[in-house]
Design a protein. Structure first.
Length: 208
């Protein structure tokens, strides 16, 4: 009984808490993953981002990013939305969660060596024109379908250019005229991450 009472006096260890008061500078050697990032990360941070106007620091782009978190050596912040001041985040020191986040970060970081941006590059200001081009719709003829990263790449000829369109699964669209809606990213060449594809006059599929 004495032992049991002793156990009950042990303080509980909380490994997670919700907070809207946080700072990325509190993280040691931060690793940041974001779908969009419009803030300047700490100077010593590594960043993987899906779509951003930020071009300053140790930043790589990868279209497969599907979450927002910032990771230090022994703690992490998981965000419920974009990484912006005042946004709600889950603060955790859980070692299992931290290790899984670290593995996910480096899986994408190592997959994008060609997209490293120079730390000397100045940030690009977000103009109205840039905002309009983030989510776009195009029409054109599919010239080819080839494996690309974890999915497939369609080469689509429009009236004025040839554009690469990334999809999650193979669709038999070569030679057909399609309308594509999705998120535009600027890598070595414009790349459209498809959210919906319609064959003209006929719905083909929806990419989740």
């Amino acid at each position: 009984m004495a032992i049991e009472l002793g156990w009950r006096k042990e303080p509980l260890t909380h490994t997670c808490k919700l907070t809207d008061v946080w700072s990325l500078t509190e993280l040691k050697n931060p690793l940041i993953m974001a779908e969009q990032l419009h803030i300047t990360p700490p100077q010593n941070a590594k960043v993987v981002v899906a779509n951003t106007i930020l071009q300053k620091g140790n930043v790589k782009k990868h279209p497969r990013v599907r979450g927002n978190f910032a990771l230090g050596e022994n703690r992490a912040l998981l965000f419920t939305g974009e990484i912006k001041p005042g946004k709600l985040a889950l603060w955790t020191i859980d070692e299992v969660i931290i290790e899984k986040l670290r593995n996910e970060f480096y899986r994408l970081w190592k997959d994008t060596p060609e997209n490293l941006l120079s730390a000397s590059t100045s940030p690009i200001q977000n103009s109205k024109e840039d905002k309009k081009e983030e989510h776009i719709r195009i029409q054109g003829r599919v010239r080819a379908t080839v494996p690309f990263r974890d999915g497939y790449l369609l080469r689509i000829s429009t009236e004025d250019r040839v554009m690469g369109v990334m999809i999650d699964k193979r669709l038999e669209l070569t030679g057909k005229t399609v309308e594509v809606e999705g998120q535009l990213t600027m890598e070595d060449h414009p790349l459209l991450i498809a959210s919906q594809i319609n064959e003209i006059n006929q719905n083909i599929d929806r990419i989740e």
